[in-house]
Ligand binder design. Structure first.
Ligand SMILES: [Cu+2]
Length: 133
């Protein structure tokens, strides 16, 4: 029993070296309103590897802080966003904390605003994300 515990602990300690990224930062197209942000946050939080989520509508950036040694592969992220009606443009992995990403992004120049009238939420893709919630 003790050996198993030791082995487990060793494996857990070794994991962060295999996947060292702490935060995944993504450029996402189609982010328009607070409901988009809420929907994406909700979706990404369903992943067991997700520690925290940050969404900047102004910069169309979504960041996911990962739990120690865990990761979400690009394919899974792309699918989650596509299924919700958004487009994943770019993925970056960084060792920054999500707070550091938030601080950096908030200093960047905002992208031109998108007219909210030109988008709608797909109730099937985002159940419960209508404007009455
Ligand atoms: Cu929206």
């Amino acid at each position: 029993m003790k050996i198993i515990k030791t082995l487990l602990l060793t494996a857990l300690l070794a994991l962060p070296m295999l996947a060292s990224a702490k935060t995944i930062e993504m450029d996402v197209n189609g982010l328009v309103c607070a409901f988009c942000a809420q929907g994406i946050e909700k979706t990404l939080k369903t992943f067991p590897a997700t520690e925290a989520v940050y969404v900047s509508l102004e910069h169309r950036i979504v960041a996911v802080e990962l739990k120690d040694g865990q990761d979400i592969d690009d394919k899974t992220l792309r699918k989650a966003l596509t299924d919700s009606g958004y487009t994943l443009v770019k993925v970056r992995r960084t060792d920054e904390t999500i707070d550091a990403v938030r601080a950096r992004v908030s200093k960047e120049k905002a992208l031109p605003a998108v007219d909210p009238a030109k988008h709608s939420h797909d109730e099937k893709a985002m159940p419960g994300m209508g404007h009455h919630e």
